[in-house]
Design a protein around this ligand. Structure first.
Ligand code: NAP
Length: 196
């Protein structure tokens, strides 16, 4: 649900238009894209309605921080099933990850490969240790924390590389070393600073 179409009626209209463009009669997952102040509660109410009508298989939010989730859970009837946020080794968001785990909200990572900024000595070292690529090390780090990850590439060989993650496992101490790269660094917008 895009930022400028939020609100109860707008959401129902926008959803109808999306279904038409997709030529579908349902979608698998529908997310509130941004915690737009003063609007996201109404937007989410409309999404709950679509879920109850069977037009959406799973519902959730995106770019919600802990305080947005607490606010939403104070009034919603159906807990968000997914929260899609920027998440990678330079932005490990431990508190948010723990909060979502505790609440049973699946964390999903956007910009998981930091848009290709993978030239980090530790990541290179681990790539050589495990005989995998830097992207695979970073994506495996996501998976082993139970985070769903959605890397993007326009190249067939990279799409295959980014899915080839199931023949190795990072040792717990290497997960901790990658966690240590955290700089709370965002490459995208900060949900507390940008209000669409
Ligand atoms: N909910 C939100 O607010 C939000 C915000 C931003 C993005 N997203 C979504 O998140 C997904 C991914 O985000 P993103 O594209 O920003 O970030 P990303 O997946 O971290 O980075 C994509 C970039 O990394 C390169 N890349 C991909 N695989 C690689 C590999 N194996 N080795 C080296 N470089 C590689 C790609 O280049 P090539 O294409 O040349 O391979 C592309 O430039 C998208 O579906 C996007 O729609 C959601």
């Amino acid at each position: 649900m895009w930022n400028n179409e939020q609100g109860y009626d707008n959401t129902l209209n926008a959803f109808r238009n999306s279904l038409e463009r997709l030529q579908m009669d349902y979608v698998d997952l529908y997310l509130v894209h941004w915690p737009v102040a003063g609007k996201y509660l109404e937007t989410y109410k409309a999404i709950e309605h679509l879920y109850e009508q069977g037009k959406v298989r799973a519902i959730g939010v995106s770019n919600f921080l802990i305080h947005h989730l607490e606010d939403l859970m104070g009034s919603c009837r159906i807990k968000p099933m997914v929260n899609q946020v920027e998440f990678h080794p330079l932005l490990t968001s431990k508190k948010l990850l723990m909060f979502c785990r505790k609440e049973g909200i699946q964390l999903e990572s956007w910009r998981p490969l930091m848009q290709g900024r993978l030239d980090i000595p530790l990541i290179r070292e681990l790539a050589s240790k495990y005989g995998k690529t830097p992207a695979q090390i970073v994506l495996r780090w996501h998976l082993q924390q139970g985070v769903v990850t959605i890397p993007k590439s326009v190249r067939k060989e990279r799409i295959e590389e980014n899915a080839d993650l199931y023949d190795f496992e990072l040792a717990p101490e290497d997960i901790v070393r990658i966690d240590g790269l955290n700089e709370d660094r965002r490459f995208g917008a900060d949900p507390d600073r940008v209000d669409f």
